[in-house]
Design a protein around this ligand. Structure first.
Ligand SMILES: [Mg+2]
Length: 390
């Protein structure tokens, strides 16, 4: 008679001390120094951004291994992510933290009726990222090394110096500061109702950069198909590294037409919240640069699936936001990717990332290499604990 060992194995995991003993959730609201506007604000779709809501997850095993992960939301959704995480967190207790894929599915099934994308998987992302952090820490490796890195430093570009809320003089000052800091590219926002304003700002920044670093523009989904094509043609002369989100985030066909007809590469993907939504961009040949965001797509586990598909199609990668996570994931991507330099999250952590020669250096500290600062703990609005802290 075949011997069923599965229940014995589950028991031995819990007994061995490797099982997850304690999970803590914290909702942290990070205030921004100045309110931020992109084209979505200018067209009245959104209010200026004044803070970012984070869902932090801390996990500990019985034998004292720990992991830290986070998810986030801008404007609305933060409390929803926290509440969803609170409902499913207890399912982790006793699980073997090595079985990340199994745990991801378990968390997904725990809230299956609210779907496999959007806010539901963004709550799961914080757990998933904490589990990857834990696994890499226990191996004594940076996450990049655990995954299998192609490089020790990743091209990085400045993205917070060119908002529509900044004057052209402020942007030009930021260009100098950014180049001085060793950042390898500069992205500015476009998408003014008046195209001439965009062109004027792009022209001024292009002239100031003068070929010293790469330049990108980001329209934050504000153009329709004809406007995007017309603007894309006008922008060809500036030799941009990419045009980001020229169209609605879900317009895979529209992006495909731009990618086919323009020399300037097309980038999009930051607003998508699942692997399948990214598959639509890949299948439709919509992008030259794909821009997944690990907290938005459900964590590192789904992010890596997107990377495998994108790599097979020879797409370039430029993950959105959260450089603290994406630096490791980009280091493990084959075709020289870009990470987005945002210093917004600095107050949350004790550690800082280093930049040299246009590249962000992958930290060699185990895991993601970040610990929560005292200031971050002071910003905690709500918290919840599950299991027993060892
Ligand atoms: Mg963007």
């Amino acid at each position: 008679m075949p011997h069923d060992t599965s229940s014995t194995r589950i028991e031995s995991t819990a007994m061995s001390g490797n099982g997850i003993a304690w999970v803590k959730l914290s909702a942290i609201h990070l205030p921004l120094k100045t309110p931020i506007s992109d084209a979505k604000v200018l067209t009245g779709r959104q209010k200026p951004l004044t803070e970012v809501a984070f869902l932090f997850v801390e996990i500990q095993t019985r034998d004292g291994h720990s992991g830290l992960g986070f998810s986030y939301s801008k404007r609305a959704g933060g409390p929803g992510q926290f509440e969803h995480a609170k409902e499913i967190a207890a399912t982790l207790i006793g699980e073997d933290p090595n079985d990340i894929a199994k745990i991801w599915l378990k968390l997904c099934w725990a809230g299956a009726s609210v779907g496999r994308s959007g806010l539901a998987v963004q709550a799961i992302a914080a757990f998933d990222i904490a589990l990857w952090d834990l696994k890499a820490k226990r191996a004594g490796l940076s996450l990049a090394k655990l995954l299998g890195a192609h490089r020790d430093a990743v091209q990085c570009y400045n993205t917070s110096g060119g908002f529509l809320s900044s004057s052209i003089d402020e942007i030009l000052d930021n260009v100098e500061q950014s180049i001085e800091a060793g950042i390898g590219g500069i992205k500015i926002k476009v998408g003014h109702p008046d195209a001439a304003t965009d062109i004027k700002r792009v022209e001024a920044v292009h002239r100031r950069i003068d070929g010293r670093v790469a330049m990108m523009v980001d329209a934050n989904q504000q153009w329709d198909r004809p406007s995007a094509m017309r603007m894309g043609r006008r922008l060809e002369q500036y030799d941009l590294t990419w045009i980001e989100e020229p169209l609605d985030a879900y317009d895979a066909e529209g992006h495909a037409a731009l990618a086919a007809q323009l020399d300037t590469p097309i980038a999009t993907g930051e607003m998508l919240t699942s692997v399948l939504e990214h598959v639509s961009l890949i299948d439709n040949k919509s992008v030259d640069f794909i821009q997944p965001d690990a907290p938005r797509v459900g964590g590192i586990t789904p992010f890596l699936k997107i990377c495998s598909l994108a790599e097979a199609k020879k797409l370039r990668l430029a993950p959105h936001f959260a450089m603290e996570i994406h630096l490791h994931l980009a280091a493990a991507y084959e075709l020289d990717p870009w990470v987005e330099h945002f210093d917004w999250l600095d107050p949350l952590f004790n550690e800082r990332l280093e930049i040299s020669d246009g590249r962000m250096i992958v930290p060699t500290r185990p895991g993601l290499g970040f610990t929560l600062s005292e200031q971050a703990r002071k910003w905690i609005r709500v918290e919840a604990e599950f299991g027993e802290r060892p």
